[in-house]
Design a protein around this ligand. Structure first.
Ligand SMILES: C[S@@+](CC[C@H](N)C(=O)[O-])C[C@H]1O[C@@H](n2cnc3c(N)ncnc32)[C@H](O)[C@@H]1O
Length: 284
């Protein structure tokens, strides 16, 4: 990898800063210490024994039974816990205590004994080595992207797998953000900015567009559920919850289409998952 200045990284960091500054200004204070804990963490919990969808199958295709899989920012184990049935050991390195609780409970419930949680910032974790290093839906929030990616590469014995949605989930609520805060939402960096950084670092990854839809099968069944889902996430501060909910209710007809399966959010853009992966040089 190139050790030189990565200009794309400066653009990347500026974008992460702009998002933080906007939320700080509009929310009137910083995010709570564990902004991924509580209700946010439970929304990321999925049954580890569920049948793999096509997107997870693509990740599983890189995992061998003798592997140690490290999931950087693995949250509640959505990706890594299903891999625990397919490899020797799973290590989830995540800075959120709340995500750690969900991960441990979910693993215990599923009878998984070969998965452990390390509560740490990925940039601070030391001396961890795995065969496959996975990171899914984390890079949108990472200011020091060059160090983050370098650590992924250094920690891997064979392969790095990064996943991002073509429209990152935090950016998907832009129309709701505009409605509530009456200004354009600052966007987190996505694959365009990430690939630019990787290229400037001298990494030439394979980029595979995945077939599975975002949160497939999770169409809200009632209007109350639809509004509840729309007001989840870190975009809306607790102080704006009531106001946000009322505004979404007032504009419900423009924002949702009702059909036999429930209420489809018209504000949600089409998005596809991208798997960005490379093999470690000289790996067997
Ligand atoms: C959107 S969630 C994704 C969780 C999981 N990877 C998934 O796809 O379901 C982002 C996660 O990244 C974690 N995270 C963000 N920056 C991190 C960092 N620098 N080091 C470790 N974890 C980080 C958060 O704590 C959170 O659990």
């Amino acid at each position: 990898m190139s050790g030189g200045t990565v200009k794309a990284a400066e653009i990347y960091a500026a974008q992460v800063d702009a998002v933080k500054e906007q939320l700080l200004r509009l929310h009137g204070g910083p995010q709570p210490d564990d902004s991924w804990g509580g209700a946010a963490a439970s929304r990321f919990r999925y049954d580890p024994r569920r049948a793999l969808d096509a997107n997870l199958e693509a990740i599983a295709s890189y995992v061998r039974s003798e592997d140690v899989v490290i999931d950087a920012g693995g949250g509640a184990g959505r990706v890594s816990l299903p891999m625990a049935f397919r490899c020797r050991e799973v290590i989830n390195v995540d800075s959120s205590e709340g995500m750690g609780e969900e991960f441990r409970e979910s693993a215990a419930e599923a009878g998984i004994t070969n998965a452990r949680f390390v509560q740490s910032d990925w940039l601070e974790v030391e001396e961890l080595q795995g065969d496959v290093i996975v990171t899914a839906n984390v890079t949108y929030f990472v200011r020091d992207i060059v160090r983050f990616v370098s650590k992924l590469d250094e920690a891997s014995r064979r392969r790095v797998v990064m996943n991002v949605w073509s429209v990152p989930p935090p950016n998907q609520r832009a129309p709701l953000f505009q409605l509530v805060y009456e200004e354009e939402q600052a966007e987190v960096p996505g694959y365009q900015q990430l690939l630019q950084v990787l290229w400037e670092m001298g990494i030439l990854p394979d980029v595979q567009v995945q077939p599975g839809a975002f949160r497939a099968g999770e169409v809200p069944k009632t209007s109350e559920e639809a509004v509840h889902q729309a007001t989840q996430g870190r975009w809306l501060s607790p102080k704006d919850q009531d106001r946000g909910r009322k505004l979404i209710e007032q504009h419900f007809q423009e924002l949702y289409e009702s059909g036999p399966e429930g209420f489809r959010p018209l504000w949600q853009p089409e998005t596809q998952e991208l798997l960005i992966t490379w093999e470690k040089k000289g790996a067997a």
